[in-house]
Design a binder for this molecule. Structure first.
Ligand SMILES: Cc1cc2nc3c(=O)[nH]c(=O)nc-3n(C[C@H](O)[C@H](O)[C@H](O)COP(=O)(O)OP(=O)(O)OC[C@H]3O[C@@H](n4cnc5c(N)ncnc54)[C@H](O)[C@@H]3O)c2cc1C
Length: 393
């Protein structure tokens, strides 16, 4: 069976690695980036303990490599902008191992290295054609504009992210659902004086800062900003230092040291802030009668509230890898994954309640200390099958 993987981000790199060396499969991967190039890879992310469990069970060498490139994510606190503690969780109360926090560039470097030899770089997917036997031929363009048709594939796997060209070509462009919240991301390269370390969230009304330190003396600051309506775009007036200060400075009382430090960094580096809108796309696992399989964001872009986008791309890749190695196809991947993905998407959205006007962030954060939320976190962080679960299939 010949498999073409489109995109070597999180899902594509891991899928290529797990399928490499399987004698029954001929696997090639493609990415629009040149080898070593990083796109939008400057900021940080946290991967949940469930991503680490998936790697530990299925790709132990990759587990060790991402641990080396990262800091552990052991603790999660929530406070008001004045420093009133609302929530404090030791992740190992609900998980089997810590999560991680690291630079995007480091994650991509560690995941792409083992599959560089089987990846063709600098090829952007444009079209999909079909041969007389119904096999799919991806058509790529090179940076110089030449068209490349590498081969015909029995299965194409879409790992090309949130704006998947393969999904658009084979199943139409998914209609995103917007929630009236803008997200900001900023990398602070010199965080020597940062007054905190681990993952924290700080609320000023429904506007929220999220931050943690990263390897290399850096820190990541993410903001959530309420927009005037669900479909509203981010106004130009929001992209100023004054606006950032206003968002997170409490009306009563002084900001706590963590928030004061973040406000200064946001104001200083306002031109570097990356903006996006909170959104999700409908789940789709396959197209063209099972000749196309969707993984990661191409299948199920979700709200980033619980840090599960890349985390679920990891789970998708290792489980799809086990299924394909045993002769299964997209329907089997759907059977293993889609109920779980549905749960993760619902939970991520419900956990976003405190970002929306009308929800009291103090009461909403305190409610997350209750057993029901912890039980669901435990399910989120631990419910990952190991390779033995696939042995009979
Ligand atoms: C604000 C924000 C914060 C986030 N924070 C977190 C977090 O803390 N933790 C977390 O787990 N997730 C987080 N996410 C989600 C995360 O970014 C994605 O879910 C994750 O990157 C999806 O992985 P993927 O493998 O599907 O796609 P990607 O990692 O996006 O990889 C796609 C690959 O496809 C390639 N590609 C794209 N188009 C083409 C084409 N036409 N031809 C060839 N190649 C192509 C790209 O170059 C890239 O290599 C966040 C998202 C947002 C918006």
């Amino acid at each position: 069976m010949r498999i073409g993987i489109i995109g070597t981000g999180v899902a594509g790199s891991l899928l290529a690695e797990i399928l490499a060396g399987d004698r029954g499969l001929q696997v090639e991967a493609f990415d629009r980036l040149a080898e070593g190039e990083e796109s939008e890879a400057g900021t940080g992310l946290n991967l949940g303990p469930n991503a680490l469990k998936a790697l530990r069970l299925h790709l132990p060498a990759r587990h060790a490599a991402v641990r080396r490139a990262s800091y552990p994510w052991r603790r999660w606190i929530i406070e008001t902008a004045t420093g009133q503690r609302l929530f404090d969780l030791d992740l190992q109360e609900v998980a089997e191992e810590p999560g991680i926090r690291l630079r995007w560039s480091e994650l991509y470097r560690v995941l792409r290295a083992p599959v560089a030899g089987m990846t063709r770089h600098g090829l952007t997917l444009m079209e999909v054609e079909e041969d007389a036997r119904g096999r799919l031929i991806p058509v790529f363009t090179t940076p110089s504009g030449a068209l490349v048709r590498p081969a015909a594939y029995d299965l194409l796997v879409a790992c090309d992210g949130r704006y998947s060209r393969l999904r658009a070509l084979t199943a139409g462009v998914p209609q995103p659902r917007f929630f009236g919240v803008a997200m900001t991301r900023l990398l602070v390269r010199n965080a020597a004086w940062c007054p905190y370390d681990e993952y924290g969230q700080w609320f000023n009304g429904n506007h929220r800062l999220l931050s943690y330190r990263l390897p290399g003396g850096a820190a990541y600051i993410a903001g959530s900003v309420v927009l005037p309506s669900p479909e509203a775009e981010v106004a130009e007036s929001a992209r100023t230092a004054e606006f950032q200060r206003l968002l997170y400075t409490p009306a009563e009382g002084a900001p706590c040291p963590a928030v004061a430090w973040m406000i200064e960094r946001l104001a200083e580096q306002v031109a570097e802030i990356h903006w996006s809108r909170l959104q999700e796309a409908p789940l789709l696992r396959s197209a063209l009668d099972g000749r196309v399989l969707f993984l990661g964001d191409a299948a199920h872009a979700m709200v980033p509230t619980l840090g599960q986008g890349a985390t679920q791309a990891v789970e998708d890749a290792v489980i799809a890898g086990q299924v394909l190695r045993r002769g299964g196809g997209p329907a089997d991947v759907a059977a293993w994954r889609d109920t779980r993905v549905g749960f993760v998407r619902r939970f991520s959205l419900e956990a976003s309640d405190t970002l929306f006007p009308g929800c009291d962030p103090v009461a909403g954060s305190i409610a997350k200390t209750a057993g029901a939320f912890r039980d669901r976190l435990r399910r989120l962080y631990t419910d990952v099958p190991g390779p033995e679960a696939f042995a009979g299939g």
